[in-house]
Write a protein that binds this ligand. Sequence first.
Ligand code: UD1
Length: 430
Amino acid sequence: MEQYIIKGGNPLVGEVEIGGAKNAALAILTAAIMTDETVFIENLPDVSDINVLLEAIAEIGATVERVDRHTVRINGSTIGAVSVDYEFIKKIRASYYLLGALLGKYKKAEVPLPGGCNIGSRPIDQHLKGFRALGAEVTIQHGAIMASASDLTGSHIFLDMVSVGATINIMMAAALAKGYTIIENAAKEPHVVDVANFLNSMGANIKGAGTDVIRIRGVESLHSTNYSIVPDMIEAGTYMCAAAATKGDILIKNVIPKHLEAITAKLVEIGCEVQEFDDSIRIIASKRLRRTHVKTLPYPGYPTDMQPQIAVTLALAEGTSIVTESIFENRFKYVDELSRMGSTIKVEGNTAIIDGVEKFTGARVSAPDLRAGAALVIAGLAAEGITTVDDIIYIQRGYEDFEGKLRSLGAEIEKVSTEKEIQKFKLRIG
Ligand code: UD1
């Protein structure tokens, strides 16, 4: 089992390049099979979620050609099945996007109920409600969602809550429905916009993505495109917090600073200096940070996927901070791990009350999910002594070459899988 071993205490200093957004790429790769023509996608992150999804797409018969680490060519004309295997779905929740894509293109899809990060119950009722509104018959049988329609017809859909997944899934199916669809209370996340832009580049007619009303005029078919995926705001935000927590100075390149505003605002509030450039952002943290309150909200609010990283940062800040998680009910599982490093955090319902400590001390901890795993790595980087992070398979789902990028910023971190490698690391760092 692979682990990270970290010797903390070095401020992270230098430059880091951000990859394409995992969550945009998951939807875009799925949408790519909605045409029979060849689609060329660039700026793909090389992370396990993406690689598993590509396998799932190939498994149903699409032709998937990895041109290089960050580029793929997909042709959906060879698809022979509209039924997706459970093995893939249980590994990545976002394979539920295959429902919208297959239903839109073939008017039929069979996809097992999703797995993914265990951060709450994560229902998909809004996705199904949207498909039904478009005229599909949707049932759940033997653990799978079966959706079919003789024809999909545009509809006026009100989402009961802001859902990224439901917005994207409905948008995909509606792109090839007959007539006009309006999605109200749509998610406004940058990756929703990226998926809409991608579909439009294939000939779809989608307007309003990025606002809470999306209007889709269905088209007959989609065509080939070349597309480059938007930078990953969560990867960028993670390095922003790493700079803050280690009192570092990082220039984060290939980002869209506008997407990072909620994170930037919090870091400025707690005493970091943040400089924004056209496509990069610099975070400087030279002194002890101050307390603040954070509440996760749909975009443009503070992202839930950045909640553990800011909590770790606040756990080292002066004073008492309150972090409220309003999107997922089970996203504080890392708190017990972090307390082993000396943090003082009390969770009550969906809030964490954080009494900042001067320092963490290294300990053996375990990543409970993707973002919490990244946050524990940040904690290890800031801690005195040695930290090992187990279950890094979660972290590899969403961060490309995390240890390599951190090392280039001066971190002492190694991916290890044997006791011998651990001893070697300890000997090397002295
Ligand atoms: C996506 C992201 C995830 C991020 C989340 C919120 C991907 C692959 N994942 O997840 O990293 O944390 O957005 O920004 O892009 N809900 C329902 N019924 C539904 C759908 C959602 O009740 O049918 C609830 C969820 O339980 C949650 C909230 O709505 O409380 C938001 O979920 P949603 O935006 O759908 O998250 P995901 O798309 O699953």
